[in-house]
Each structure stands twice: as C-alpha cells, then as structure tokens.
Design a protein around this ligand. Structure first.
Ligand code: LLP
Length: 481
C-alpha cells in the first residue's frame, strides 16, 4: 500500500495542514489581484455562492480572498471550505431580525448542520445559543467553553447519561420528547437535587412542502407530542405534576429546507392558540415559544428561500396579537442550522476521470462523493458546481460521479460545465450544512479537512483524517481460540 507522502514526511511547501494547523495564506499574486470580477453566471443576490465568491479573468475561483486552486494544493482534496463572511452575514441577518422583535428573540444554532470545536467557539463569541441533540454535541460545546445556559438539548432519544450530563452542566433547556423521557428527567433532576428546565416538543400537524425525510411537523412523526387527541395536554399534565421539572414553554420544528413563509407563521399561530387554551383552562402561561429551524437555502437557481426578516416579523406580530392582556409576550426562540452554514460552504474535488457511456452521457469522476456528501443519495438533493479556471463556453452536460463503490454515488445528476479534464478542480456549492456532519468513512476513505477562509487567509477548523486515524479504534486480530 502506498501512502501519501505528506502523511509520513511533511512537505513544508504544502504547509502540511494534515499534520499541523499552520495557516495557508493567499500568495502574492492573489494578494495583489485587482482584476477579479463577479462571475458572469452569477445572478445578483444569489445565495447559492458564498458572498465573497469571485472569479478572475482566467476564470479561477476565489472564496474569502483565497484561490480554490491554492486551497486544493495546500490542503489536498476533497476539501470543505467555509466562508467566514457568509456565516457572519447570515448570523447578523437573523440577529437583526430577532432584535427587532418585542421582546427580542433568541437564536440557537442547530449544531447538527455542522459542528466542531471552533464552530462552537465562534457561535459563543457571537452571543448565540446552540441546539444540541446528543452527548457528543454537548461535549463539543463544553470543550469549546460554550455558555451552557445558552444550550437547548433536543433529541427523541436521550440516554440517562446524556440527561445527567445536561443537568449537571446546567443547560438552559431540555426539550422533552416523550412521557417516558419526562419521567427520566424528573427522576434524574431529583437525584441531582436540581430542577430541569423543560420545553415540550409538539407536532402541530403542519406539513411543510419539503422532502418527506426532513418533514417533522406532521402528526405521524417520531418526534414530540401530537397536538391532537389530547396527547399534548397529557404531556402538559405530566410536566406540571412533576416536582423537579420546570415547564418553561413549547417547541415545534416543522421541517427543514422550507421556502414558504406561511408554515412558520401557522406554526406560531397553532402554538399560541394552545398557549391561550392553557391560560384559560389552567392559568398556565409559557415563557418560551421555540419555532425551531428549517429556513430554506439556495442550492440551485431554482431554489427560492424565504425572507427570514419578514418571516420573523410576521411571527412576532402573531405572537404579540395572540398574547392575552394579563400575560407577557413569550420569548421566541429559533434554531436555524442550514441557513447559517449551507451557502457559506463549498467542496473542492479533483477530477480523476472523464468518460462517455453508450447513449452519449458524459461522466466526471471525482475524488469524493457520498462519504463527504450523502445528501444526493439520501434525499435526491440537487447541487450546483463549476470547474475552476475554465471559461463558461462550449458547456457540456455532465453527471458528477463519486469515488465510492455504489452506483448511487452520484453527486450531481445533470450540470452544465465547461469541458472538464483530469486534474481540474471541481467546486460544488452549498455544501456547508449536513455534509461534514453526515460524512462517513465508507470504503475506509478518510474524511476531508474543513478550512475557514477570510480576507486572504485560511484557517483549518478540522484536520483531514489520515489512514492512521482510521485505525485508532481498531484492535488487532488475536485469534478466537
Ligand atoms: N431544530 C430542530 C429540532 C431540528 O430537528 C432541526 C433539523 C433544526 C432545528 C435545524 O433545521 P435547519 O435550520 O438546518 O433546516 N439531514 C437533513 C436535514 C435534517 C434536519 C433535521 N432537523 C438534510 O441534509 O437536509
């Protein structure tokens, strides 16, 4: 087996990011680059591209002031690249809208979209909260020094250990998903002599128009308590009856990659109307209304994401209008994941083969695929791509195939690209959310590095896995006799 040289002998010229966290910065040619221009294919306002996306006169692509080619040569491929300015821009856009609300709303970034220690640190610095769904995400936040009071702990299965950890570390809210979990929460809190701050997860019966696998608001869902047949009321009874549970409010996330504004507003309406019933029937008024995430993003020119500022303004109006005089307007929580990172991310692949099959279909095979982006295989998710350094002329329709041993490992089914050759770098856009987070070592392929780019500098946030890393949990064969 031949191992890449850099794993054994660091190549100083390549800055060897596989072994260290040395920065790769734009070279002089790039620093003095004055003639970059906006890509002619790009439509003004397209979210599909990171906001710092540029193309120079030789059709080389730049993100965060870094050339895609230099990044590929410095860190190897495939490579996840995240544009800092885009992430920050999205955070500020949401924050601006939340600040306009009365009372101001709060954001909890959904860590499931993309989380690593540096990401948690970055969010903490922005004053954002974090939605975690596992002990692993919680541990990452803890190691990053995240403010635990700004954590919402989700998940339809939380183990005894996870619940105990959440309560010991003092997370802000635990979102209870079942009656069994309420019992466990109450018992654990009693044992630790604490009070568990709880939100109840409800399914409001709203079917957002998105892929069935990422719909969650309908009654027939594995998540939460259905707002039907008194199921949600039974959950409230239980929560209010337990001595070590403090019921703070309710949560309902209706799905992901939602383009319409109305489902978000209907969700708030449905919850607020339930709050009204609770007030009338029991004199209980919740402090928190958590509407989850799900704000759609643009993967291709066909996608038309909602205006988040308008959505939040409409939600706020609804919440205010439906709060009885005697009660305080509840705090609105949101949990955007995809909307913060998806469009900030691109994946750089190297082209390893091109072929044309009988019937004339053209394939391009790259050095990544379903191991670093499972979404096309899992959800038929569509992506956009460009070849670095090629003029947008004589476009050919290609199918982009991954390297994994599955016929279904197709990254993009139909994309028009300039003629592609072996050695070209292919840039796939919109890969910042649920790509690294859902990556695997299928076929024992090491996972790519994650590098953040900003103003001509690159900073690795996650190192590329090595072949040695693949073996860290393996134990040697010692026979079974
Ligand atoms: N809050 C809760 C309770 C959630 O279940 C989710 C996503 C979010 C927030 C964040 O949703 P976002 O803003 O990212 O749409 N793997 C799928 C997405 C699954 C989403 C699951 N829950 C994908 O790659 O499309």
């Amino acid at each position: 087996m031949i191992f890449p040289k850099s794993e054994k002998e660091p190549n100083p010229k390549r800055n060897n990011p596989r072994e260290s966290l040395t920065l790769c910065v734009a070279n002089d040619r790039l620093k003095t680059m004055t003639r970059t221009r906006i890509n002619p294919w790009r439509r003004e306002g397209d979210g599909m591209f990171p906001i710092t996306y540029r193309m120079d006169e030789h059709h080389h692509i730049f993100i965060g002031g870094m050339s895609v080619r230099d990044l590929a040569e410095c860190y190897g491929t495939p490579l996840y690249v995240l544009d800092y300015a885009t992430m920050l821009g999205r955070i500020r856009q949401f924050q601006g809208a939340l600040d306009e609300m009365m009372p101001p709303g709060h954001a909890f970034y959904a860590g499931k979209a993309f989380l690593c220690t540096a990401m948690a640190g970055f969010l903490n610095d922005q004053g954002w909260g974090l939605d975690v769904v596992s002990g692993g995400e919680l541990y990452t936040a803890l190691q990053a020094g995240f403010d635990m009071t700004k954590i919402v702990f989700h998940g339809n299965v939380k183990t005894q250990e996870e619940i105990e950890a959440a309560l010991r570390y003092g997370v802000g809210y635990v979102v209870a998903d079942s009656l069994d979990e309420l019992v466990l929460l109450n018992e654990t809190a009693r044992r630790l002599d604490k009070e568990a701050p709880v939100l109840l997860r409800l399914t409001p019966g709203i079917e957002a128009h998105t892929h069935a696998f990422i719909q969650t608001g309908q009654f027939d869902s594995k998540f939460g308590f259905a707002m039907k047949d008194g199921i949600h009321e039974e959950a409230v009874d239980a929560a209010l009856s337990y001595s070590h549970i403090k019921l703070k409010g309710f949560h309902a996330h209706i799905g992901s990659q939602i383009f319409d504004e109305d489902p978000f507003v209907h969700n708030a309406e449905r919850l607020m109307s339930f709050f009204g019933t609770l007030w009338e029937k029991r004199g209980f008024w919740p402090e928190v209304l958590d509407i989850g995430g799900g704000f759609g993003v643009q993967y291709t020119p066909l996608d038309d994401p909602p205006d988040v500022t308008r959505v939040l303004m409409r939600v706020n109006r609804t919440v205010q209008a439906m709060t009885p005089r005697a009660c305080q307007v509840p705090l609105v929580f949101i949990e955007p994941g995809r909307a913060i990172v998806a469009e900030a991310g691109v994946t750089i692949y190297r082209v390893h083969a091109t072929k044309t099959v009988p019937g004339g279909k053209h394939y391009v095979a790259v050095d990544g695929g379903m191991g670093d982006n499972i979404r096309p295989a899992l959800y038929q998710a569509a992506y956009s791509a460009q070849v670095d350094g090629k003029p947008p002329e004589e476009m050919i329709r290609y199918t982009i195939a991954g390297r994994y041993c599955e016929s279904g490992d197709i990254l993009i089914r139909d994309v028009s690209l300039s003629p592609v050759e072996v050695g070209d770098y292919l840039v796939v856009f919109g890969t910042g959310a649920y790509n690294y987070a859902m990556s695997s070592n299928y076929n024992r392929v090491p996972r790519p590095a994650v590098v953040v780019v900003s103003q001509g500098r690159s900073t690795p946030w996650v190192k590329r896995e090595t072949y040695q890393d693949l073996l860290t949990q393996d134990l040697p064969w010692k026979g079974l006799e």
